[in-house]
Design a protein around this ligand. Structure first.
Ligand code: ADP
Ligand code: MG
Length: 705
């Protein structure tokens, strides 16, 4: 067995469960070992039955003296009842609708039960406890009688199953070599890998888990620091130093119809200086929607062109690529600059403000020849036939949707030099998180909005005011404005979207998550039959999407119902309403991004938040939306309340706890950085193959590696 061994070959797992584990992102032994518990339950203390009191959680251990399964009269529900006895007394345990439990728990067997003790008129009992059969008292147990790890679960895979699959690996872990050099571990009192892994999955005490977490936090920061230091070392002098054409840039800035904000000036200047160096720039430009990132990137682009190098601009969707094409065509209409756009089936060419569609082969040839100066596109840029000519600047918009490999493809070919890379995102990433997670990129922040932007009025709307809110929307449309309606889903997915939620035992409330299709039907047919309602979602063909966006931009649609995945950066200055359904489903940073799509004209704009159920009306998070207008503040709050998963994405949620603990411990970063530098001063990572390999797989998972 090795770390790369597929889980399907493990005897306890097999093909059936390995499919399910894959849903949790787990494919190999390594994935599994690094799948950390989300929390622990301390079931280590066994209580004698005579000491039990109702209302608290306990673990009891005893012999099963009675086991009986029957069906209830009314509902035909299987009810399993057992009685467990120790030397001080006996207690009943009950399970509902789990008939197999009765078969597992035969009379005479020794069992541990963990759960809450309840009391009714017949006495005390434990309902639906966690159980574990044990061979003999005091033998080692996996699920009870110890500190029990609880993992992220999925359909058909419980924490119990995960513990069962993991337990045979624990013996094998003892042989695992550490990729962090022993010297560094000893010096900083850090647990070795094998001990840390054991403590994470099989802790003897809760303190031990803290110590183990510390190890992985350190590891995380050490690897990031190592990657960054290594890249700097490797890339040293491999970039293209661009001369700063100050006069031309000043002229361009003066020609803009507005004055740059201080934040824009600062970011542009920093990057001009970066690209003036022989070490390639790797910078993230982070700023709220509407903070004016595009024009900053245009300044960089212009300077690159003045140095006679190509510029590549990559956008996540065709609509956004198209928008960049239009924006850049307009910005450079006075310049002898040729701009090409390829995305999906669209090929366009523009020169001095004049744009026209063109044929694919013609455009590709011109790009290769270098007669296209700025190449704009979607993933289509990554296709084999696209060959750039000495690009010195790559601009990546909403970068988090691009992987590392894709970025490498962009710079493929004969180029020995590395272009400068400017990534832009409107997702407000808290500074603290950026430092530890995105630490191998330099970051510029646009924390200032262009002058004259009105604050957007944000309101949480309770269900009884829904019609009133719709009337308000109608009023805005009658005044000539437009509205967005955002829903979390395209259509209903049974498992995810409707789940019963009990408020009181008698009153069942169904959570109904709004869907684009239903809302579209409802709004067009019932609420606004007199208005023009449109629909947009990710399952539509890109031509369809584009047609709808065009119609919306041309004001031939009044209200656009769409999902969240649609076109973060789209500019519709005439929209004054952003209505969000099931708002509690979204992260604050995301809600803030939606809100950023309105308020782009001189009129007052409104963001209306609807919740799925009344229980969400009081959510602190949503209330923050109504009082806070800074994306960074909201992001910090989300980080505190929901953890870093929001920013890291699902597949990285295994990091969440680790990342959180790194955030709480800034000195750990300093130590890790120092150790990484020291290490590289005397070694290369390739000298230590396991470290090298770990570093590779680690950086490939980093968003911005
Ligand atoms: P984002 O950061 O979301 O990409 P954009 O670059 O699309 O924002 O800019 C949003 C709008 O603000 C554009 O119409 C742009 O022309 C305008 N804009 C950019 N900078 C300024 C500024 N300093 N003053 C006024 N308007 C600006
Ligand atoms: Mg943008």
């Amino acid at each position: 067995m090795s770390l790369d061994t597929p889980l399907s070959t493990l005897s306890r797992v097999g093909p059936k469960f390995s499919k399910k584990l894959e849903k949790l992102g787990l494919k190999t032994v390594s994935d599994f070992l690094f799948f950390f518990p989300t929390r622990y339950e301390d079931l280590s203390r066994i209580t004698k039955i005579e000491k039990l009191t109702p209302g608290a959680d306990y673990v009891v251990q005893g012999v099963i003296i009675r086991s009986h399964t029957h069906r209830s009269f009314k509902k035909h529900m299987a009810i399993t009842e057992i009685v467990v006895e120790d030397e001080t007394g006996a207690i009943k345990a009950i399970w509902f609708n789990q008939p197999y439990i009765g078969k597992a728990l035969a009379e005479g067997a020794m069992v541990n039960l963990a759960g809450k003790v309840t009391e009714d008129q017949h006495g005390m009992y434990i309902s639906n406890p966690l159980y574990e059969l044990i061979g003999a008292p005091k033998s080692a147990t996996t699920h009870t009688g110890r500190i029990v790890p609880i993992y992220r679960e999925t359909k058909g895979i419980t924490s119990k199953a995960i513990r069962y699959f993991l337990s045979p690996l624990l013996e094998w872990i003892k042989e695992l070599p550490d990729y962090i050099p022993q010297k560094i571990l000893t010096k900083n009192n850090i647990l070795p890998l094998k001990e840390a892994l054991r403590a994470i999955h099989y802790p003897k005490t809760l303190e031990e888990t803290t110590h183990a977490n510390q190890r992985f936090a350190f590891e995380h920061l050490f690897l990031i620091s190592l990657a960054r230091a290594q890249r700097k070392k490797e890339n040293h002098n491999s970039g293209i130093p661009l001369t700063i054409h100050l006069e031309e840039i000043k002229k361009f800035i003066d020609s803009l119809p507005f004055t740059l904000t201080e934040a824009q000036k600062k970011a542009a200047w920093t990057m001009l200086k970066n690209t003036n160096e022989a070490t390639p720039m790797q910078r993230l430009l982070n700023g709220d929607v509407g903070s004016g990132k595009t024009v900053v990137s245009a300044i960089l682009a212009l300077n690159t062109l003045l140095n006679k190098h190509q510029v590549v601009i990559m956008a996540p969707t065709e609509i956004l690529a198209r928008q960049h094409f239009d924006t850049f065509t307009k910005l450079f209409e006075e310049y002898p600059i040729a701009i090409g756009m390829l995305g999906g089936k669209k090929y366009n060419y523009a020169f001095q403000g004049l744009s026209s569609p063109t044929k694919k082969p013609t455009l590709l040839k011109s790009i290769q020849k270098g007669s296209v100066h700025i190449v704009i596109g979607t993933h289509a840029l990554l296709e084999k036939g696209v060959v750039f000519t000495n690009p010195a600047l790559i601009i990546i918009d909403e970068q988090h949707r691009f992987g590392v490999e894709q970025r490498a493809v962009l710079t493929r070919g004969k180029h020995i030099t590395h272009p400068h890379v400017l990534s832009m995102t409107a997702t407000p990433i808290p500074r603290t998180l950026a430092l530890t997670v995105f630490g191998d990129m330099d970051i510029s922040i646009l924390d200032e909005m262009p002058k004259g932007r009105k604050k957007i009025t944000t309101k949480i709307v309770s269900p009884e005011n829904r019609m009133q809110a719709y009337e308000f929307v109608r009023g805005q449309v009658k005044k000539g404005f437009q509205a967005f309606v955002i829903c979390p889903r395209i259509e209903i997915s049974e498992s995810k979207d409707t789940k019963p939620y009990t408020l009181t035992p008698n009153k069942l409330i169904w959570w109904e998550v709004k869907t684009v299709k239903d809302e579209y039907e409802k709004l067009q047919n019932l609420i606004f039959p007199d208005l023009r309602v449109g629909m947009l979602h990710g399952k539509m063909k890109s031509e369809e999407k584009e047609a709808i966006m065009k119609a919306f931009a041309a004001k031939s649609i009044d209200i656009l119902v769409s999902t969240s995945v649609i076109e973060v950066g789209v500019d519709i200055p005439n929209a004054t309403i952003m209505l969000i359904e099931s708002a509690e489903r979204f992260g604050l940073a995301q809600l803030h991004q939606f809100r950023g799509r309105i308020g782009r004209n001189e009129h007052q704009s409104y963001c209306l938040l609807f919740t799925t159920s009344v229980v969400h009306l009081e959510e602190r998070r949503l209330k923050a939306m109504t009082t806070t207008h800074s994306g960074f503040e909201l992001a910090e709050m989300d980080l505190r309340l929901r953890g870093p998963g929001e920013f890291l994405g699902e597949e990285q949620s295994g990091w969440s706890d680790i990342v959180m603990s790194t955030l709480k411990n800034p000195t750990l970063l300093t130590v890790a950085e120092k150790e990484a530098k020291l290490f590289l001063a005397h070694h290369t990572t390739t000298e230590t193959p396991i470290l090298h390999e770990k570093l590779q797989s680690f950086t490939s998972k980093l968003h911005l590696a």
